[in-house]
Design a binder for this molecule. Sequence first.
Ligand code: MN
Length: 228
Amino acid sequence: MTAYVIDEPLLNTLPVEGESKSFPVRRIYCIGRNYAAHTIEMGGDPNREEPFFFQKNAQNADTSGEFPYPPESSDVHHEIEMVVALKSGGPNISTEDALNHVYGYGVGVDMTRRDLQGIAKEQRRPWEPGKSFERSAPMTHLIPVISIGHPTKGRVELSVNGKIKQKGDLDQMIWKVPEMIAYLSRFYDIGAGDLIMSGTPSGVGPVVRGDVVDAKIEGVGSLKVKVT
Ligand code: MN
């Protein structure tokens, strides 16, 4: 006898380097346009305006190394992003205190049904169909702060079938990790289990079935994803 009237939904978890225990995912916040060059390529203004965030679903995080091409789209784009994993949170966190809430970091790809996102933008509707779909957040295991510290600099590079498509550096983020945490905490009770995908450099582009995507962040890790 369980406590629930239906089958209990599975908690999604991420492996953690050097740990037998895993990290339970609660929410996934993603920042839009956090690298100037990508902001320009998406038709935005790279000046420091208020940041904006959208969510993926906790279930969308996926460490299988496989990305099944999603339905209802013929233009799925890769966006390499550093993943920030929180161990605690609360409302109104200061930038000075923000990093104390970080458990660890990883490398992720914000897979995007660009065609559906474009329709949503045109119609002033939510980005949800473009961003929050099954396995839309391939990522690595997490590396705890105790072994990695807080990366602020390092090459960010994504290649498709060996050809480099995206290139940047963590130090080019418009909104830094402590600022993102502080900002989110003004609006939400962020907390343990939350992930923040910290934005992507320029060079986003399509993937097709059979592609092999290599996403690397210097000092953080690397992720290989096969599009199936
Ligand atoms: Mn993104």
